[in-house]
Design a protein around this ligand. Sequence first.
Ligand SMILES: Cc1cc2nc3c(=O)[nH]c(=O)nc-3n(C[C@H](O)[C@H](O)[C@H](O)COP(=O)(O)OP(=O)(O)OC[C@H]3O[C@@H](n4cnc5c(N)ncnc54)[C@H](O)[C@@H]3O)c2cc1C
Length: 389
Amino acid sequence: MKPIVVLGSGLAGYTLVRELRKLDRDVAITLVSRDSGDYYSKPMLSNALAQGKSAGALVITAAADMAVQLDFTLLQNTEVSGIDREHKQLQTSSGVIEYDRLVLALGADPIRLPLQGDAADAVVSVNDLADYAKFRGAIESITQETKHIAIIGAGLIGCEFANDLATAGYAVTIIDPTTHPLSSLMPEHAGKQLLEPLAALGVTGRFGVAVQAVDRQSTDYALTLTDGTTLHADVVLSAVGLRPRVELARSSGLAVNRGIVVDAHMRGSDASIYALGDCAEIEGRVLPYVLPIMHAARALAQVLTRKDARVDFPAMPVVVKTPAHPVVVLPVARDAIGAWRILTNDQEIKRGTKLGFFDAQNQLRGFALTGEYAAERSAMTKQLGESGI
Ligand SMILES: Cc1cc2nc3c(=O)[nH]c(=O)nc-3n(C[C@H](O)[C@H](O)[C@H](O)COP(=O)(O)OP(=O)(O)OC[C@H]3O[C@@H](n4cnc5c(N)ncnc54)[C@H](O)[C@@H]3O)c2cc1C
C-alpha cells in the first residue's frame, strides 16, 4: 500500500502526523521536508533572543526521534520539485516517491520588498530555525557599543521582535508606512498605545515612512527612507508579511488563489491532494496561526482515516508576544464590513483598550484587547461563543 505523504515538517505537518497516529497505528506515513525536520515551536523565534536561546536550544525533538515516536518514514533535507498527479508520484531531490494521498503543508515565504541599494540582499527575515540561527549570529557579531537593529514592518512579527530585541539590550528602530503598530489588526488609537511602552525599552517608531534603499557603509548599513531621511543600523530585519507557498501546487495544475485552494475537508482540486497550514486557503481564508492549524490538522486526520469530518473554526484569539504592552486580538477578515467600537466605560481605570468589531447586524466579529484588558481574553472569546469566526 502506498503511503500518505506529508510535505513539510512545520506545525501543520507534525500536528497532522500526530493526530493521524492517534487514529490509525498502521497507516503508512512518509514525511518529506526540505529542512532538517527537527521539531520546534515557530512562535518562539520572536521571543527567544532575550532568553539567550540558540537555534539548537529551540529544537524540541530531533527529526529522527519524531520518526521513531510517530512511526513514519522520514525524508529530511529533501526538496519536492514536482507532482505527477496522474501517476501519483513526487519528483524530489532524493528521487521519485509514490503516494496514495498527499498533504501539502509547505508553509509560507517571507515577502521581500523591492528595495534599492547595494545591501538590499543583506536584509534578513526570520521564518524558520535556520533563519533564526543566521540572524542571531549577525546580531551577536556586532562590535559597536550601541548595537542598532532596524526592523521593517510593525505588524505582529515586527512588534514581537522589537520587544524581544530591546529587552535583550539592542537599540531598535521600527519603520512602517502606516500610522501605527499592528495596523492590520487594530485601529490607530489602540495600536499607538504600544509606542510608549516599547519606547521605554529602547524602541524608536518611524511611522508614515517606508524604506527605499539599504546601502553598505564602512561599519554599518544606511537606510534611505521615503521622507528623504537616512538612518543607520548594524542589522536590518524585514518583517513585512508572509505569502503562502503555492508554486508547487500551481505548477502541478492544482487550484490556487491566495493560498492552495481547499474545502472544509482540506481537500484541494485533486481529490487525493490536501493542504494545511500557512500554505492553505481553507474555504476562502488563509489563517496563518497556531490554533487554526491545530483545528484543521485534527479534522484532516479524521478525513484521511475515512471518517466524515470537516473543520469548523471556533473563535481563535491570537496573543501578540509584546510583554511591554500585552495584546490579544481576534482578527477580522480583511474584507469584513463593520466598525470598531470601544467597549470600556468611563468608570474603569485600567490601562489599555478593549475594542469590539461589530458587523452590520451588530454581531461581535472580532476584538482587540491591549494592556490590562488582555487578561479578558477568555471572557471575550466566550462572548463569541462557538459561533465561529
Ligand atoms: C516569528 C514568528 C512568530 C509567530 N508567532 C506566532 C504566535 O505567537 N501565535 C500564532 O498563532 N502564530 C504565530 N506565528 C505563525 C505560526 O507559527 C505559523 O502559522 C505556523 O508555524 C506555520 O506552520 P506550517 O507548518 O504551516 O509552516 P512551516 O513551519 O513554515 O513549515 C513548512 C514546511 O514545509 C517545508 N517545505 C516547503 N517547501 C518545500 C518543498 N518544496 N519540499 C519539501 N519541503 C518543503 C519546509 O521545509 C517546512 O518544513 C508566528 C510566525 C513567525 C514567523
